[in-house]
Design a protein around this ligand. Structure first.
Ligand SMILES: Nc1ncnc2c1ncn2[C@@H]1O[C@H](COP(=O)(O)OP(=O)(O)OP(=O)(O)O)[C@@H](O)[C@H]1O
Length: 335
């Protein structure tokens, strides 16, 4: 593994098994998180984005199980296979929340309504570092101040309900940054906020990244946000990454019919004003009864008989990869 790699997900397979029902929530997913870079996982609801990151942090719901693949985290030059160690053992606890921080969609998830904001950030610092209460209080003030909470000295005595959504999310980010994580997982962190606040939070995350060199795994269904945030994008559909590449490659020259349809179906900053939005025809298949071949084929205008077999991943040059038979020849030409 090169010295820029922090986390490697290889052929990850995660399922929900309940009696006879098996949901293949994540299927053969691979990607690499590089130091100081942002990877965006993008796709519609139910495409497997959250299950992928919950597999990394080993925080799957009770019926969820990793049934294949490897998730390797590189800590101080040493490879740790996260899905081979105990979920709640010492090593995982030393990584989750510390090496790998999390920012959730709903900041209330990381805040307890009955304690003051200051108290919670301080407790979190004490949990991560050997510091006195006084030092923790100073650090809490410093972090909250640097994240743009106004009048910090008085506001730390307030409770979460006295904070606006945007301010709560700043505190959520503060909580996730306390242990100086190497990777931040942000699962739709701005979805609950209005547009101007969204932009402020995104800028804040970029500033943090610039200052600390943090890597980010950014999950969103919003292509505008992913264009703004990510260096590389993995487009997910029904548990698989169907297209992967640098943000510019994927957004300006999409190669998978699903990515193309997704780009035509949502407005995003910078899109051609004349372009008309289209809806993607048909519905997503039942996740408990996925077709054998390409899962997008039933909705795809280019589908042929070849699509009854799941496509290989074709490499189109410059790191751009796509799982679609349409590109078989292109790869062969590139040789
Ligand atoms: N606790 C669960 N029990 C059973 N199936 C689940 C559970 N959680 C997720 N799934 C299934 O796993 C698949 C992937 O879901 P996931 O939440 O990862 O999608 P997502 O892309 O993150 O969507 P969203 O944006 O809505 O969170 C879906 O088919 C979903 O129904």
């Amino acid at each position: 593994m090169d010295d820029q790699t922090l986390l490697k997900v290889e052929n990850l397979e995660t399922r929900f098994i309940s009696g006879e029902t098996i949901i293949r929530a994540v299927n053969d997913v691979s990607f690499t998180v590089k130091k100081g870079k942002t990877i965006g996982l993008v796709g519609e609801s139910g495409s497997g984005k959250s299950v992928t990151v919950h597999s990394i942090t080993q925080l799957l719901p009770p019926l969820g199980k990793i049934t294949g693949g490897r998730i390797t985290y590189i800590k101080d030059g040493k490879e740790i296979v996260l899905n081979k160690i105990q979920k709640n053992g010492k090593t995982m606890r030393s990584i989750r929340g510390k090496e790998i921080g999390m920012i959730f969609q709903d900041p209330n998830t990381s805040l307890n309504p009955v304690y003051t904001i200051g108290n919670q950030v301080m407790e979190n610092i004490i949990h991560h570092e050997k510091v006195t209460k006084k030092q923790a209080a100073e650090k809490a003030l410093h972090i909250l101040n640097s994240l743009g909470i106004p009048n910090v000295r008085s506001r730390i005595h307030e409770y979460p309900h006295q904070f606006s959504g945007g301010m709560k999310q700043r505190v959520g980010i503060a909580m996730s940054m306390v242990g100086n994580p190497k990777i931040l997982i942000a699962d739709e962190p701005t979805t609950a906020l209005d547009v101007t606040i969204q932009l402020q939070i995104l800028e804040l995350m970029k500033n943090i990244q610039g200052e600390y060199g943090t890597s980010i795994i950014f999950i969103t269904h919003n292509l505008g946000i992913v264009a703004h945030m990510a260096d590389e994008i993995g487009v997910m559909y029904m548990g698989r990454i169907v297209e992967y590449g640098f943000t510019r490659q994927v957004l300006t020259s999409p190669k998978h019919p699903y990515t193309e349809a997704l780009l035509q179906s949502v407005p995003y900053v910078g899109m051609n004003k004349q372009a008309r939005l289209k809806t993607i025809k048909g519905n997503t298949p039942d996740p408990a009864a996925l077709p054998e071949g390409c899962t997008f084929a039933p909705r795809c205008e280019y589908a042929t008989e070849a699509c009854n077999v799941y496509p290989d991943e074709f490499h189109l040059g410059g790191g751009h990869k796509v799982s679609c038979w349409l590109h078989k020849e292109r790869e062969e030409q590139l040789g």
